[in-house]
Design a protein around this ligand. Structure first.
Ligand code: FMN
Length: 188
């Protein structure tokens, strides 16, 4: 069993990374394998909008040569997935949007349903005010559902809620490793 987490803050020691790590810690405590990707360290180029809009992405391929395909493969191989973005301007971070925009293009029409059944938690990590954390979460939900991921939880976390939500998310990581009752997972 493997859990992949992607955190999309430039800070590798901030709230966003700590949130992703909490879920991974819970998963690992049940004997699961874990991996954390700091998305800002990866090479994700902007969409070229080939052929004036839709190019090979309609068939599930992208012409850009960067880390998208490698990360996509890691999500495919994972049994559980966690995506955490900081809240910037009531929305996802710039790197999160660029990555998810590209992922959405290659997954939407590919017909491969490659992420269906992958149990997923989405989190938006905000500052003290928490303004826009719920709106950002709503946008994140759209992205994650669009690519076929099986959402088992959507969570906001702020500097205020950190102390009670990090333990909760660690527990969620344990439950991801144990399997989630009521959620049908893909047979691999
Ligand atoms: C450009 C920018 C925009 C931000 N916009 C918001 C916002 O709309 N609402 C909010 O609550 N916090 C906002 N914040 C604060 C971040 O969400 C907060 O610091 C977050 O915890 C950062 O995560 P990190 O510790 O992983 O860097 C913003 C921060 C930055 C840098």
């Amino acid at each position: 069993m493997k859990c992949l987490a992607i955190q999309t803050s430039p800070n590798t020691d901030g709230l966003t990374a700590a949130t992703a790590q909490a879920v991974l810690d819970g998963f690992a405590s049940e004997g699961g394998e874990i991996e954390l990707i700091h998305l800002n360290h990866m090479d994700i180029k902007p969409c070229l909008a080939c052929e004036r809009g839709w190019g090979p992405c309609r068939g599930g391929e992208c012409t850009q040569e960067d880390d998208l395909e490698a990360i996509r493969e890691k999500i495919r191989e994972a049994d559980a997935f966690v995506f955490v973005t900081p809240v910037y301007w009531h929305d996802l971070s710039e790197s999160a949007k660029r990555f998810l925009d590209r992922l959405r293009r290659v997954e939407t029409f590919s017909g491969r349903d490659t992420f269906v059944g992958t149990r997923t938690i989405g989190v938006t990590a905000a500052g003290g005010s928490g303004n826009g954390a719920a709106r950002a979460l709503h946008n994140l939900e759209d992205y994650l559902k669009r690519v076929g991921l099986e959402l088992v939880d959507l969570v906001t976390i702020t500097k205020f809620s950190r102390d009670h939500k990090l333990p909760m998310l660690e527990h969620a990581g344990k439950r991801l490793a144990q399997g989630v009752p009521g959620v049908v997972t893909r047979q691999r």
